[in-house]
Design a protein around this ligand. Structure first.
Ligand code: MN
Length: 298
């Protein structure tokens, strides 16, 4: 019998983002990365009457890609390049921040009264992290049909189904629908994490809690999933990143000096443009307290 390492469970961290209750699944203590994925926030499901449950004013990013994926509801993105992206469930909003961009994300005024989704970040490798910022919206992602369910391919590729999303390192991202028993093919060179976002799901006989990160080390070429009533889940993965990143606020960098310079650029209205489509003030950078230099950890 092949000895696979056990599936590791990491408890989510409840917090808020601009008044919206979220569960932060990545980074958490003892798990900072899954492949190049460095951040995973889970929000909803919620229903609302009036107002906008998501209203994140203009803020900057560098050194990463942001991925917005909805299970229910709508979100509209506006950025400092002048791009607008209204997305619905099954559509991908992908912003490559590279050397710098500012954006805002809101529930549009014309909405269904629902919000349910995830926000993820992908760290850019050193060779590409200064790339010019750009925005992509994809409304027609590839769908892999399998016995017992299907996979919408958000990033990377599975069995010849390749996402059109721009990627800078070996990566996978998929939205799973599981209706019975499903054998999910995996790239054995990747590490992966699975998050149940609705319904009931077990993996290799282990019942999984919702909104909880389940990590799998490289070495698996498939994963046996089973649902009794039907389930939805997010799978992320990639080759272990191999670079030590420094994450602070909305920035992914390498050194405290770099973080301080980028923060100063935001505070001084340099580097990042204005999000003119957003009606309201932008978010000031938090106070920069002491940052440990990741180069000095070894
Ligand atoms: Mn953002």
């Amino acid at each position: 019998m092949t000895d696979l390492p056990p599936i590791e469970r990491y408890a989510p961290h409840p917090t808020t983002l601009a008044g919206l209750e979220i569960r932060r699944l990545l980074p958490v203590r003892q798990r900072r990365l899954v492949g190049p994925w460095c951040f995973l926030d889970r929000y909803g499901p919620l229903t609302f009457g009036a107002g906008k449950p998501m209203d994140v004013a203009p803020h900057p990013h560098v050194g990463l890609q942001t991925v917005t994926w909805l299970l229910d509801g709508e979100v509209v993105h506006h950025d400092s390049l002048g791009c607008e992206g209204l997305i619905h469930p099954g559509e991908l909003s992908l912003m490559t921040a590279g050397s710098g961009i500012a954006h805002a994300e809101e529930t549009p005024n014309d909405n269904s009264g629902k919000l349910n989704g995830v926000q993820l970040w992908v760290a850019l490798p050193d060779a590409h992290r200064q790339v010019a910022a750009h925005y992509e919206r994809h409304t027609d992602l590839p769908l892999l049909e399998l016995p017992g369910g299907r996979v919408e391919v958000i990033a990377g590729e599975v069995l010849g189904h390749r996402s059109p999303a721009m990627a800078y390192s070996p990566i996978f991202g998929g939205a799973l629908t599981v209706e019975a028993s499903m054998e999910l093919p995996l790239d054995a060179g990747f590490e992966h994490a699975l998050v149940v976002v609705g319904g009931d799901l077990s993996a290799e006989g282990q019942e999984l809690e919702r909104d909880t990160l389940y990590y799998m080390a490289p070495g698996r070429s498939e994963l046996g999933l089973r649902s009794r009533e039907g389930a939805r889940a997010i799978l992320i993965g990639g080759v272990p990143f191999g670079e030590t990143i420094l994450m602070w606020w909305n920035f992914v960098a390498r050194t405290p000096e770099e973080i301080a310079a980028v923060r100063e650029d935001w505070e001084s209205h340099r580097r990042f443009g204005d999000v003119t489509a957003y009606n309201g003030p932008r978010i000031p950078a938090p106070e920069l307290l002491h940052l440990r230099d990741p180069r000095k950890r070894e």
